[in-house]
Write a protein that binds this ligand. Structure first.
Ligand SMILES: *Cc1c(COP(=O)(O)O)cnc(C)c1O
Length: 374
C-alpha cells in the first residue's frame, strides 16, 4: 500500500486551504498574451506610488553586504522604530511581514483545545493561523460588515487564549473608534491576549484616530501589529512588527526565526520611516483615489462599504465572478472575496488616477457593455 502523505500531516493542517493572493501581473500577462505594462493591478492593497526613493537608496547601499547574514536583532530598524514611536526597543518583535508575526503569536499562545476568536469577514490569515496550530477558531458574526466587538468579548470562554481584531479590517475597510477599542479591551480578561492588527493605521490620518500603541500601557494583554507593506510601500520586502509588553516580546522572539527579516528589508524600512513626504503623498493619493472610485461607483449605481483603508469593497451584484472575469480579460486585476463569504463584492485597491479610471471603465464595460468615459 502506498503511503498517503496527506494523512500524515497534523490534523489542523489537513483541513487548510492555502491563502489566495491577488493574481500577479506577469501571470495574467502570460495567460492573456498581454503586455504586462498594460495591466492594472488593484488586488493586493499595495502602495501605487511604488517604493520611496529613500528606501531604494538604502537598498543600493546595502547590496555589497548580501553575502552576509542579516543582523538577527535588527539593530538599525529597531532603533528607527523606537525613535519614530518613542517606545522601548524591548517591546518590538520583527517579522517577515506582519503575517509572520501573527503566526508566531498564534504558535506561542494557542494550541489544540484552545479557542481563538475572530470576526466574520476578517482577514483570512486569522483562521489559517488558528487551524494550522490545531486550535479551534470561533468566528463571531459581523454587524454592518464590521467586527461586533461586544459579541467578540461575549465569545470569550475558559478556553479562549487569543482574539484577533483588525482595525481597519481587510477586506471590508470597516473601522472602530479609539473609544470602542478601549471599551472592548476593558471587557476582555487579562489572561486572554488581544492582537490588534493595524496594517492600515497610517491611512487613518484624522484627529482622534484609534491608536493601539497608546493603549499598551493600560492593557498588558495587548499586542499591536503593523507593517511596511501598505502605506510604507515595501510589500515585496516582507517586513512587519508587533509592539507588546517586553514579557510578551521576549516569548515571541524565542519562536521567531533568527534571520526572519532580511538585510535589504531592514535598511529600507528604517530609511522609509524618515520619509515623511512619501507618507504624506501616499495618504493624499489614497484620499483622492478613493474619492475618484466612489464617484465612479455612484455613477454606475453601485454600493460599497465605506473604508478606512486603501481599498474599497464594492457590491457588483449576483454575478461578481463573471464581472471579475471580464475585468481580467480587460487587463484589470481586482480581488474577488467570495472566499470571505462576500460573493457579491469585489475588493478594489486604490490606485493612481489613471489606474482607477481604467478600473472604472472596465467595470462599466463588464456591467453595461460600454466604457463610461468617466
Ligand atoms: C496586508 C495585511 C497584513 C499583512 O501584511 P504583511 O505584508 O504580511 O505585513 C496584515 N493584516 C491585514 C489586515 C492586512 O490586510
Amino acid at each position: 500500500m502506498p503511503v498517503d502523505y496527506q494523512k500524515l500531516a497534523v490534523e489542523g493542517v489537513q483541513g487548510l486551504s492555502p491563502y489566495e493572493p491577488g493574481k500577479p501581473i506577469d501571470e495574467l500577462a502570460r495567460e492573456l498574451g498581454l503586455d504586462p505594462g498594460g495591466i492594472v493591478k488593484l488586488a493586493s492593497n499595495e502602495n501605487p506610488l511604488g517604493p520611496s526613493d529613500k528606501a531604494l537608496t538604502a537598498i543600493r547601499d546595502a547590496l555589497p553586504e548580501l553575502g552576509r547574514y542579516p543582523d538577527g536583532n535588527a539593530f538599525v530598524l529597531k532603533r528607527a522604530l523606537s525613535a519614530y514611536y518613542g517606545l522601548n526597543e524591548s517591546r518590538l518583535t520583527l517579522g517577515n511581514g506582519s503575517n509572520d508575526v501573527l503566526e508566531i503569536i498564534a504558535r506561542c499562545f494557542a494550541g489544540p483545545g484552545d479557542e481563538v476568536v475572530f470576526s466574520q469577514y476578517a482577514f483570512a490569515v486569522y483562521p489559517l493561523a488558528t487551524k494550522a496550530i490545531g486550535a479551534t477558531g470561533v468566528q463571531v458574526p459581523a454587524v454592518d460588515w464590521g467586527h461586533d466587538l461586544n459579541a467578540m468579548a461575549d465569545a470569550v470562554t475558559g478556553r479562549t487564549r487569543l482574539i484577533f481584531v483588525a482595525n481597519p479590517n481587510n477586506p471590508t475597510g470597516t473601522m472602530h473608534s479609539a473609544e470602542a477599542i478601549e471599551a472592548f479591551l476593558a471587557r476582555v480578561p487579562e489572561r486572554v491576549l488581544v492582537v490588534l492588527d493595524e496594517a492600515y493605521c497610517e491611512y487613518m490620518d484624522g484627529e482622534g484616530n484609534p491608536d493601539g500603541l497608546a493603549l499598551l500601557s493600560r492593557f498588558p494583554n495587548l499586542i499591536v501589529t503593523r507593517t511596511f507593506s501598505k502605506a510604507w510601500g515595501l510589500a515585496a520586502l516582507r517586513v512587519g512588527y508587533s509592539v507588546s509588553s517586553p514579557e510578551i516580546a521576549d516569548i515571541l522572539n524565542r519562536v521567531r526565526q533568527p534571520f526572519n527579516v532580511d538585510s535589504l528589508a531592514q535598511v529600507a524600512a528604517a530609511a522609509v520611516l524618515d520619509d515623511k513626504d512619501y507618507l504624506e503623498r501616499s495618504r493624499r493619493v489614497n484620499r483622492e483615489g478613493m474619492a475618484q472610485l466612489e464617484e465612479g461607483f455612484r455613477k454606475l449605481g453601485l454600493e460599497w462599504i465605506p473604508s478606512s483603508g486603501n481599498f474599497l469593497a464594492v457590491d457588483v451584484g449576483n454575478h461578481a465572478a463573471a464581472v471579475n472575469q471580464s475585468l481580467l480579460a480587460q487587463g484589470v486585476i481586482v480581488r474577488p472575496v467570495g472566499g470571505y463569504g462576500m460573493p457579491r463584492h469585489l475588493r478594489i485597491s486604490i490606485g493612481l488616477p489613471e489606474e482607477n479610471r481604467r478600473c472604472l471603465d472596465a467595470l462599466d464595460q463588464a456591467l453595461n457593455g460600454q466604457a463610461s468615459g468617466a
